[in-house]
Design a protein around this ligand. Structure first.
Ligand SMILES: Nc1ccn([C@@H]2O[C@H](COP(=O)(O)O)[C@@H](O)[C@H]2O)c(=O)n1
Length: 331
């Protein structure tokens, strides 16, 4: 894991161009100058609509949610985000980036025979995970099967806790460009960030620790490893979290959501339709803005993402749009 030097800030808010995603009428006059009467939302929207990877089905709904969230103030805001392929990159230089599981599975803590078996599982189950022709009900038992088999193989490897930092350090994992602003800005404004992941919590924590963004406002809900007294992996703790049971995972963590009961406005970031349930434990929710990263099988899945997420980012390896949103909400 090389620390990504990218400290990209959200783009400055002037001279934003229209894109094909805008529902607003285009001006035919090239001489038209920016109206001084733009509302804060219009200024914000002009900034984000220049991102060609951004797709919105209902701009008015996004406007309504964001204006209501901004009016309520940043003290009412909490952010809930998935990790793998949402906060981390999907691709870098044309190569797939690893998930938390992949980081461990590809490390030298794992024998080559076990690596082969884990790869076979990935080859079998990942296409099922992203298959838009299968229902959640059809996929769910198969996802449980994938996670269970992979965890069993990992436990049999007698992995040492002391080796996890090296596994992450040696890996190709990368947070999305703009991560520094995302994590730092939320922390500076004391906005709680819940990372809700079906990955491996110990690896996830190590990734954000090594990139120096594991700030005090970050809480992680994930699959954590259970080590024996000599620091060898003996099991995974608690209930398994996979991509389609985040609702149950959220409801098991009522204490966290109770603590944040005054934060009734939610910004949710995810990359699968299962991530839409991550906020199911939030109490007295007033508004939720859902941003979805669509990384793979774009054409097949685009409509369902547009129907489910308020903002869809297609093959966007940055956090530019979430960063613009949090900046708008904290101004
Ligand atoms: N053995 C496994 C099991 C799952 N994955 C991937 O992890 C992702 C889940 O993590 P989130 O942070 O996105 O909740 C999921 O998308 C699986 O593809 C894996 O790589 N290996």
């Amino acid at each position: 894991m090389r620390k990504n030097k990218n400290k990209r800030q959200p783009a400055k808010r002037k001279g934003a161009s229209q894109t094909q995603n805008s529902k607003r009428p285009r001006s035919d006059s090239p001489k038209r100058t920016e109206s001084p009467q733009l509302t804060p939302f219009e200024i914000f929207f002009k900034e984000i609509e220049k991102f060609s990877k951004l797709h919105i089905k209902d701009r008015d709904r996004v406007q309504e949610i964001l204006q209501s969230m901004q009016k309520a103030g940043s003290k009412t805001l909490q952010v809930i985000s998935d990790f793998d392929m949402t906060l981390t990159r999907f691709e870098y230089n044309g190569k797939r980036c690893p998930t938390c599981h992949n980081i461990l599975e590809r490390s030298d803590a794992i024998s080559s025979d076990c690596k082969k078996k884990l790869q076979e599982l990935l080859d079998k189950y990942y296409p099922i995970e992203i298959d838009s022709t299968l229902s959640v009900e059809e996929k769910l038992p198969l996802m449980v099967e994938w996670w269970t088999k992979a965890h069993e193989l990992l436990v049999n490897q007698k992995i040492k806790k002391a080796g996890l930092a090296k596994a992450v350090k040696d890996s190709e994992a990368k947070l999305r460009d703009g991560y520094q602003y995302f994590f730092d800005h939320l922390n500076e404004h004391s906005i709680p960030l819940l990372i809700f992941s079906a990955g491996i919590g110990d690896i996830l924590e190590e990734v954000i620790r090594q990139t120096e963004v594991f700030h005090p406002n970050v809480k992680v809900i994930s699959n954590y490893m259970d080590f024996d007294e000599s620091g060898v992996l003996k099991a995974f703790k608690g209930e398994l979290i996979h991509i389609y049971n985040k609702k149950e995972g959220a409801l098991l963590n009522t204490g966290h959501f109770q603590e944040l009961r005054t934060r009734t406005n939610v910004l949710l970031l995810g990359d699968s339709l299962g991530d839409l349930n991550m906020a199911d434990g939030v109490q007295d929710m007033e508004n939720i803005l859902k941003i979805g990263f669509l990384n793979d099988k774009v054409e097949e899945r685009k409509q369902s993402y547009l129907d489910s997420y308020d903002i869809v980012l297609i093959k966007d390896e940055t956090l530019d749009v979430p960063n613009a949103v949090i900046r708008f909400l904290t101004e």
